[in-house]
Design a protein around this ligand. Sequence first.
Ligand code: G1P
Length: 292
Amino acid sequence: MQQKTRLRVAVIPVAGLGTRFLPITKAIPKEMLPLVDRPIIEYIVEEAFTSGIEKIIFVNSKGKHPIEDYFDYDADEIKFAKKIERLKDSHDIARAITTISIRQHSPKGLGHAILCARPAVEDEPFAVLLGDDVIDADPACTRQLIDVFEANGQKSVVGVMEVPQEATSKYGIVSGKEKKPGLFEVDRLVEKPTPEETPSRFAIPGRYILTPDVFDILEKTNPSVGGEIQLTDALQGLADTSGLLAYCFTGNRYDAGDQVGFIEANIRFALKRDDTREGVKDLIKQIAKDIG
Ligand code: G1P
């Protein structure tokens, strides 16, 4: 019997221009904006790492070098020797994983970004994590999806969550037959449908486990919504051929690509930390009083 490949590769697209966060993104990649004192990208990489990922492929574009710099460790240790305990967690992760950067030369969409990672992924199943979606979960969301992938004959899986009908136009939406509570065999996907045309309220918040046949499908995928090559369209190809599952993961997801979601994520993560919890609680109470 052929040995199954353990899932160890993740693709993290970071080429997005960050227009929703202008003007700060004129000079700073949106992935480097902080949640308390760690950049968003660290939460994403940490999720991958705690899910068993060993190799991360960043698909980047102009001006994104701070992301690569962030995962340096030796130089930091010399420079910040006195404060090294504050860097420990980041450095432990950076040491344990290999990061590779690949360029997306033009902004042709998420599907195109994933296709750019093909030479580094080679012929293995891989995870995709989108940086706008920060998911606080235990086990990590990507780990939950890998477990579903392994338990179902290594069939591709997307993480889904239920969203209000009026929010469907912000997401890739899936519909299908429920095999077990929370696990669906997907038959249809639509990128950003209007509330009137949506086939369901199950949205994909940026977590995928994909088999490498998706690359051949992406090669043939034409631009659609917004003139971009959409990953969601290629996933329809997977659903029609090797199959696709959707799994309702457990955990809290924050839309860190949106101003209000970003502020919420900051408050929630500050409330989880011993060094900031009490101060932030007092602050929230004070603000609530001030605004009545
Ligand atoms: C992308 C995907 C969409 C997915 C979303 C999750 O859209 O195209 O299918 O639901 O990420 O955040 P974007 O938000 O980049 O427009």
